[in-house]
Design a protein around this ligand. Structure first.
Ligand code: NAD
Length: 290
């Protein structure tokens, strides 16, 4: 396939490189980042988009997606599919999907989980919103860049799935960290805490697969001085998107709201910026109730 790839940052570059390595013809554009091996650099988003069967965007936020969409939709070939893999507001995805449909183009919002390691290793999970037809056409590309792609319903539903998942993740990480810090104060060894909880009803991905306590459980960013991994500021972004969606849909999400407030404080006022989101544990360690 001919693929236009726009946004070649930490995630986009390895994703584009994997598509090129699998034999697809990939042209790429980024305002700043270098073009990875195997991808042909072009001078604008519109140039990357014209003549492509599939255009993939991997951009920082919804405002940039809207701007890029305005530039590339008129340039795209009839019947091409626009696949946005960025994490953005549900509303932004639905708005751009409508513009794509009006121009006769296919659309998929396909945010990912799996981080930079998953992007490099081709093991991402794609949560996808859009038509079955567009999904079937792009599936071979999802198979190269990832290990799983789930069609979650019409446009916007991929973003909805992503922020619901990450709201659970943020809330669960905080719960796991505050429980570890409380266990410390109760004189319970962290290894004992892990051995019990990881096989009891308090288990979770954050405890069992990404344990925030160094030296306990499987290898995780906590064992590497909380280098990300998944940075606290990215969790803050996703929790913000979740609350924006909750407000728009009139959904009552007190735990999601509390998690947003805590990560905001952690990133903006404490020392969370640039650290993994599991560094909530050392944050709680140093605190008391007052
Ligand atoms: P990044 O900042 O490294 O990459 C974004 C790239 O987009 C940058 O290179 C930037 O120069 C480029 N860009 C900005 N405006 C542009 C424009 N108008 N035209 C072309 N390129 C432009 O970010 P990332 O870590 O690669 O994340 C990308 C998206 O994936 C984000 O929406 C993020 O929330 C999501 N995401 C990231 C991770 C992660 O672990 N990094 C995990 C899951 C999802």
């Amino acid at each position: 396939m001919k693929i236009g790839f726009i946004g070649l940052g930490n995630m986009g570059a390895p994703m584009a490189a994997n598509l090129a390595a699998a034999g697809h013809e990939v042209v790429g554009f980024d305002t700043v980042a270098d073009t990875p091996e195997g991808v042909k650099a072009v001078g604008s988003g519109a140039e990357a988009a014209s003549d492509a069967d599939v255009v993939i965007t991997m951009l920082p936020n919804g405002a940039i997606l809207r701007a890029v969409a305005a530039e590339i939709i008129p340039a795209m070939a009839p019947d091409a599919v626009f696949v946005d893999c960025s994490t953005v507001e549900v509303d932004a995805a639905r708005e751009v999907a409508e513009q794509a449909a009006d121009a006769g183009l296919g659309w998929l919002d396909a945010p990912v989980s799996g981080g930079v390691g998953g992007a490099a290793g081709g093991t991402l999970t794609f949560m996808v919103g859009g038509s079955e037809d567009a999904f079937a056409r792009v599936q071979p590309l999802f198979d190269i860049m990832g290990q799983k792609a789930v069609l979650c319903g019409p446009a916007g539903n991929g973003q909805a799935a992503k922020i619901c998942n990450n709201m659970i993740l943020g809330v669960t990480m905080i719960a796991t960290c505050e429980a570890f810090a409380m266990a410390d104060k109760l004189g319970l060894a962290r290894q004992s805490m892990f051995d019990v909880v990881s096989t009891s009803s308090g288990y979770s991905w954050t405890m069992n697969a990404y344990c925030p306590a160094p030296g306990v459980g499987p290898q995780s960013p906590s064992d590497n001085d909380y280098q990300p991994g998944f940075a606290a500021e990215l969790m803050l972004k996703d929790l913000g998107l979740a609350q924006a969606a909750a407000e728009a849909a009139d959904a009552d999400t007190p735990m999601g709201a509390a998690a947003l407030a805590l990560y905001r404080r952690f990133v903006e006022e404490e020392d969370g910026k640039g650290r993994d989101f599991s560094a909530m544990l050392p944050r709680f360690e140093g605190r008391s109730r007052s």
